[in-house]
Design a binder for this molecule. Structure first.
Ligand code: NI
Length: 170
């Protein structure tokens, strides 16, 4: 396993539409290990493959243990995800590991159901709420080259935050 470099928002890789995965080979399993290690190293809640320079439809998500929500602390690896249900729009605060030190309140759904394949290639459905739902939407966006601030009416809505008080970065 290795910590990989997280690309920053200016990198064109983050604007690519990522390709679907058809074979879960050893290289992909290594990529999953590296995504997990890199996410933990950066203290993030999620990380998508294009953020480390690989334009495929894969991300990992793990909310903190102490969040009072279903699946808190559970690690999810998802290939070829697709959001199949969403409800209850709100505007939580959000940041991105590719744009450290900046946050904004972006429109997200409080409840989502997402389907995809897990690390073993089995089809799974994840019912997420709150922070988990938010992270699933944020990471899923990365696979289509969409960044969180694309949901804002103006870049003036971005706020600077202190490194020490960093909130949700996904
Ligand atoms: Ni992000």
């Amino acid at each position: 396993m290795a910590v990989r470099e997280i690309l920053s928002v200016e990198h064109p890789m983050l604007r690519r539409k990522c390709t679907k995965i058809h074979h879960l080979d050893a290289g992909l399993q290594r990529l999953v290990d590296d995504l997990i290690e890199t996410m933990h190293h950066a203290n993030g809640v999620g990380l998508a493959a294009p953020q480390v320079g690989v334009p495929v439809r894969l991300f990992v998500v793990q909310t903190p243990d102490d969040v009072d929500e279903p699946h808190a602390g559970e690690l999810f690896v998802l290939y070829n995800p697709e959001i199949i249900k969403k409800s209850d729009l709100y505007y939580p605060e959000e940041g991105c590991l590719s744009m450290p030190g900046w946050v904004a309140n972006v429109p997200r759904y409080r409840h989502v159901v997402i389907k995809g394949r897990n690390r073993q290639g089995r089809e799974v459905r994840i019912k997420g709420e709150g922070l988990l739902a938010q992270a699933l939407q944020h990471e899923n966006d990365h696979l289509d080259g969409i960044l969180f601030f694309d949901h804002l009416e103006s870049m003036d809505q971005l706020r600077r935050v202190e490194k020490a008080a960093e909130p949700v970065e996904v």
